[in-house]
Design a protein around this ligand. Sequence first.
Ligand SMILES: Cc1cc2nc3c(=O)[nH]c(=O)nc-3n(C[C@H](O)[C@H](O)[C@H](O)COP(=O)(O)OP(=O)(O)OC[C@H]3O[C@@H](n4cnc5c(N)ncnc54)[C@H](O)[C@@H]3O)c2cc1C
Ligand SMILES: *[C@@H]1O[C@H](CO)[C@@H](O)[C@H](O)[C@H]1NC(C)=O
Ligand SMILES: *[C@@H]1O[C@H](CO)[C@@H](O)[C@H](O)[C@H]1NC(C)=O
Ligand SMILES: *[C@@H]1O[C@H](CO)[C@@H](O)[C@H](O)[C@H]1NC(C)=O
Ligand SMILES: *[C@@H]1O[C@H](CO)[C@@H](O)[C@H](O)[C@H]1NC(C)=O
Ligand SMILES: *[C@@H]1O[C@H](CO)[C@@H](O)[C@H](O)[C@H]1NC(C)=O
Length: 359
Amino acid sequence: MLQKMAKVLLVGSGLTGSATAALLRQKLPENTSISVWDKARGAGGRMSTSRCPNDSSITVDLGAQYITLTQEYKAKRKSLYDELQTQGILAPLTGQIEGPNSFDQPGAEHFVTPKGSSSLVKFFLQKANASMKNECLVTEVSFSDGGQVSVTTREDLTESFDVVVITMPVPQILQLRGSIHDCINSNSSVKKNLQNVSYSSRYALGLFFPPQTNLKYPWSAKYISDNPCVRYIALDQVKRGTADPNQGQSLAVHTNVPFGLAHLEEDVNSVKDELLANVRKVLPDLPEPMFVKPQKWRYSQVHKAYEGRPGCVTLSTNPLVIVAGDGFSGSTFDGCLDSAETVVKIIQENLHTSTSSGL
Ligand SMILES: Cc1cc2nc3c(=O)[nH]c(=O)nc-3n(C[C@H](O)[C@H](O)[C@H](O)COP(=O)(O)OP(=O)(O)OC[C@H]3O[C@@H](n4cnc5c(N)ncnc54)[C@H](O)[C@@H]3O)c2cc1C
Ligand SMILES: *[C@@H]1O[C@H](CO)[C@@H](O)[C@H](O)[C@H]1NC(C)=O
Ligand SMILES: *[C@@H]1O[C@H](CO)[C@@H](O)[C@H](O)[C@H]1NC(C)=O
Ligand SMILES: *[C@@H]1O[C@H](CO)[C@@H](O)[C@H](O)[C@H]1NC(C)=O
Ligand SMILES: *[C@@H]1O[C@H](CO)[C@@H](O)[C@H](O)[C@H]1NC(C)=O
Ligand SMILES: *[C@@H]1O[C@H](CO)[C@@H](O)[C@H](O)[C@H]1NC(C)=O
């Protein structure tokens, strides 16, 4: 039954989808077709790196800021962290982080992404050698017992797969149409648990500055607790350890969650000015940026994960349909990798039962 495993689709090219694809490429037969579809124009998801339209050499990380390796994962992920450092994808964080935060966990080590957070996702996608489709917004997932999974996008593409893994934020999974909807409704504990997964919401802002701009601050990143809107600011190149006076720079700004919630349904461009005004209150001497990129994170970080943090949940075994992502573990690099590993384990188990069933 190996050919039953021949076609796998990962919905979402964030960290979970990309790491799952890379692991599957390692563990499944060589001729397995692995596809990754994402609604966005590029890969990365919440590990996204934006470029300045005026100078594409300047980038800013609007989502994940640094990777924290806790004591718990040091032994388990040592070889991966070593490889990521050898390849220059991760480097130890050396800059000064100011302000009240949860940064100082005993025994934890922090890493930055010198090439931007999306380079982490691209590292896995490269290993996956997957067939990537961008600007593919999945709207419908349908399957019946023993058949294939039919996946349809807003762009009117429909294709069938043997295995589908869905890694978008849980509230968006609950909006999918097709028989997946009935499948979730038919299992009341799964439905309740999915509905109970919640995320924080916040806005982010990327400010881009031309070369030679004087941005002299004593911190590389700073947590702020006395502004009604701004929670965090980072000099992205200083934080990444790549600052160079001959290159442009960027400042990343995150709002606090109450501000994010209060303005959630507003247009991101109309919120931009209020955000900028607050950045000016925090940094009164900030020079004029040449471009400002706003970003709304409706689903920012997992506030309440799926009950028991299982890593993923199997909605159907034949065909295999799995939901995964940080909602099933936690909003960290290692949480997403845990999710990817549990998905791969379930797919492998399924492959083995199908093979040994002797059909
Ligand atoms: C502001 C912010 C700060 C953060 N800071 C940190 C940090 O410092 N350290 C850290 O470790 N983590 C941090 N995180 C969390 C981290 O970014 C996430 O946990 C991680 O990126 C989640 O990866 P994922 O693949 O599970 O989900 P996502 O990255 O959300 O990937 C899901 C993908 O699915 C796609 N998608 C959604 N709907 C559809 C659809 N219908 N069809 C097709 N594709 C779809 C999306 O475009 C997206 O690319 C932060 C997140 C944010 C937003
Ligand atoms: C993949 O390779 C296996 C042998 O490794 C073979 O049995 C199977 O038919 C192949 N599947 C496809 C779709 O080519
Ligand atoms: C990647 O996949 C393509 C087919 O999609 C194959 O021709 C190529 O050899 C693969 N590359 C690697 C490095 O495995
Ligand atoms: C959902 O969350 C609420 C409160 O956050 C809790 O009281 C309830 O038990 C949860 N339900 C399930 C099914 O976990
Ligand atoms: C930067 O690019 C934006 C968008 O393309 C444009 O509106 C703006 O005028 C440019 N600014 C500078 C300083 O070149
Ligand atoms: C509901 O789904 C879960 C997770 O796949 C499974 O363990 C459980 O047995 C299912 N319950 C029913 C009643 O089908």
